[in-house]
Design a protein around this ligand. Structure first.
Ligand code: GLC
Ligand code: CA
Length: 558
């Protein structure tokens, strides 16, 4: 067996702005992270992924970078970063940083140069195009992922520029080798400092079809996406990046992809392709998206979720590798979305974690998930910061849509659900800051916080520790084969992980009702041993059992 560290690792994502504020300005910072490293180590994870820490005007909270070699002022200095890196490594942890290179900030020096004149040497770093049929029509009908047209008119040079996200995030032109070289240099700058890898933001957006054609899918939420998402030249670029940069370091890469299916995914990550190591796919995140997309919420079904996860498990099994997550800075809180954040918050948070840590793939934990943090509910749009939610709201109000409905949708889907400050203890501002937090703290911090969670031996936090430990001790959880059972069961997700004669059985009840679990007759074994569960269990017969609400069990069968 070929053992690889990033397959065995558990990764903890930090959203620096909301993690820990050390100086009372209301914004999390690098020194704050250093203060909490022992906590992260104690949880048992192996690596930290830091959401962007580079200099940024923060239209999209750091996902709009104006200086790739500088640290965001509010987060601290390069000296702070160097110390953070040292402290992370001292504890035997690794660190990945976010590489946001589909676009820059419009305040980046390249863009400020590019927009000066049409013949500026940086012009071709971006996509500037003439308007169609005169200057008042956008070059094509592509839409921005944050709403509205993907083109912004630049009156100085009388051309439009392309931005697949907000207008403050102009897309870089990856067809230009100079751009690629600049990016590789930035990557080397950080790698030479000693970081251990990258999470690559929106990496399936970087290559666009030549000619930027008009799209026929005018009703799609993302009109035009067939001309850039996962565009074929991308593999040429990632392969080149691998050759020129990645292969020269012992690191890991996880590429975020918003529109890649498992067959396509193989091209990005199969070992002989020499591109990336794993992807952070969105397909399972779309299970509760209605026909109209992000803001059209539909009830998700467990059968759909199981189908998607099983498809990824199967397709990437031989030569690929999966990542596993239900939460990050772009998603609502998992316990609110897939569990029950009221009556069964603790049980369902543990059940969901059991799934993430027993599926085949590298588990990603998003800050606060390990204590069961929940969505933030507010009816005041002014309490929101998320550029996506806020611009959708404004546009919809302009069109005359109902405010109440909009707020309901935003409460469910907004990315701010995950971005409220980390809840450390029950003191003011949840111990996150001495000042006024940049985003409101979830009022439930009195009972949901790290301090409580560490003390209580039945807490979600302590369950996460056990799960991480279990995965470390059982290679089968890392390398064992995945096989779903009871595929069509609408309430229970059950599967086997196996390697040689050894088998693990994972049983997860996704419902707030009790359900009967019946083990298929073809699964034979002489002994069973319970490895972990989220309830006290008094009966060891597993052929037929009643699962309690959100119950999770993992057995070893031999
Ligand atoms: C990714 C990030 C998201 C950001 C977007 C644009 O999806 O995760 O937070 O807004 O890319 O960079
Ligand atoms: Ca601060």
């Amino acid at each position: 067996m070929n053992k690889i560290w990033w397959k065995e690792a558990v990764i903890y994502q930090i959203y620096p702005r909301s993690f820990m504020d050390s100086n009372g300005d209301g914004i999390g910072d690098l020194v704050g992270i250093i203060e909490k490293l022992d906590y992260i180590k104690y949880l048992g994870v192996d690596a930290i992924w830091l959401s962007p820490i580079n200099r940024s005007p923060n239209y999209d909270n750091g996902y709009d970078i104006s200086d790739y070699r500088g640290i965001m002022h509010a987060f601290g200095t390069m000296g702070d970063f160097d110390r953070l890196l040292k402290e992370i490594h001292k504890r035997g942890l690794k660190i990945l940083i976010d590489l946001v290179v589909n676009h820059t900030s419009d305040e980046h020096r390249w863009f400020r140069e590019a927009r000066k004149t049409r013949d500026n040497p940086y012009r071709d770093y971006y996509y500037f195009r003439k308007g169609k049929g005169g200057s008042n029509k956008t070059p094509n009908n592509w839409k921005s992922w944050f709403g509205g047209s993907a083109w912004e008119y630049d009156s100085l040079t009388e051309e439009y520029y392309l931005h697949l996200f907000s207008k403050n995030q102009p897309d870089l032109n990856w067809d230009n080798k100079k751009v690629r070289n600049e990016i590789y240099d930035i990557m080397k700058f950080w790698l030479n400092k000693g970081i251990d890898g990258f999470r690559m933001d929106a990496i399936d957006f970087i290559s666009k079809v030549k000619g930027l054609p008009e799209s026929k899918n005018v009703n799609d939420e993302h009109t035009g996406k067939e001309f850039y998402l996962n565009e074929t030249k991308i593999h040429k670029y990632l392969n080149e990046m691998n050759r020129e940069v990645l292969s020269r370091y012992n690191i890991m890469t996880a590429g975020e992809v918003l529109g890649v299916d498992p067959e396509e995914a193989r091209k990005y990550i199969e070992s002989d392709r020499e591109e990336l190591n794993m992807l952070l796919t969105w397909e399972h995140m779309y299970v509760d998206y209605g026909k109209k997309g992000t803001w059209d919420i539909k009830n998700w079904s467990l059968v759909d979720l199981k189908k998607i996860l099983t498809k990824w498990q199967g397709t990437l099994d031989k030569k690929g590798w999966n990542s596993q997550y239900l939460s990050n800075h772009d998603q609502p809180r998992q316990v609110s979305r897939f569990g029950n954040d009221k009556k069964y918050r603790i049980e369902s948070a543990k059940m969901l974690a059991t799934m993430i840590h027993t599926l085949k793939g590298t588990p990603f934990i998003y800050q606060g998930e390990e204590i069961g943090m929940t969505n933030y509910v507010s009816n005041d749009i002014n309490e929101y910061d998320d550029i996506f939610a806020v611009s959708m709201y404004k546009e919809s109000i302009r069109r005359g849509e109902d405010k109440e409905r909009l707020m309901k949708v935003i409460n469910y889907r907004s990315r701010d659900n995950a971005r409220t400050p980390m809840q450390w203890n029950s003191s003011s501002n949840a111990g996150f800051s001495r000042g006024t937090p940049w985003l409101k703290v979830n009022p439930n911090y009195g009972s949901i916080n790290v301090e409580e969670s560490i003390k209580d031996k039945n807490s979600i936090f302590n369950y996460y520790r056990k799960l991480i430990e279990l995965r470390k001790k059982n290679n089968i959880l890392i390398y064992g084969k995945y096989e779903i059972i009871l595929e069509n069961n609408e309430n229970i997700y059950a599967y086997l992980r196996s390697s040689g004669n050894e088998k693990l059985l994972i049983i997860l009840n996704f419902s707030e009702d009790s359900h009967l679990f019946e083990l298929p007759g073809n699964i034979r074994f002489a002994h069973n041993e319970l490895l972990i569960s989220n309830y006290d269990i008094d009966c060891d017969k597993i052929n037929e059992l009643f699962l309690k609400p959100y119950e999770a069990r993992v057995y070893r069968l031999s």
